[in-house]
Design a protein around this ligand. Sequence first.
Ligand code: FES
Ligand code: FES
Length: 163
Amino acid sequence: MSDRSTISLTVNGEPVTAEVEPRQHLADFLREKLLLTGTHLGCEHGVCGACTLMIDGAPARSCITLAVACDGAAVRTIEDFDDDPVMAELRAAFSAEHALQCGYCTPGMLMTARDIVTRLPEADAARIRVELSGNLCRCTGYVGIVNAIQRVLKARAGNPSGA
Ligand code: FES
Ligand code: FES
């Protein structure tokens, strides 16, 4: 008897129905079944944040989220943010502030950064560092990342409409 379960969810706005094994985590499901490889895997223990994506509007670690637990959920991966204005500002700021080197942490960093910008518009550097504490980067030393997020927050504070 199969111990697989059928789940239905939306991924980047598209309805998906699939069979999953009980122990398959969401990141493997997205990467291997849907070929959405923008979600990276580092530690697979919920520590590094490389696998961060959005589930029902909140950041989540897809390596410690079972795919079967996402039945009915709305999942958004980095691939869904190509046309997102906040993400566009963050991408430009990350480039300008040298906030990435190898780029391995970057999809997860951008997901968390976008959450900071949208949820905490008055965050200072100290608060940004607290919010980023679940995302590890082995290259940059974080200064550029914090500066990039501050750059976006300042720009948006001076232009609240975001236009
Ligand atoms: S791969 Fe998920 S937190 Fe490290
Ligand atoms: S840019 Fe290499 S791990 Fe962050």
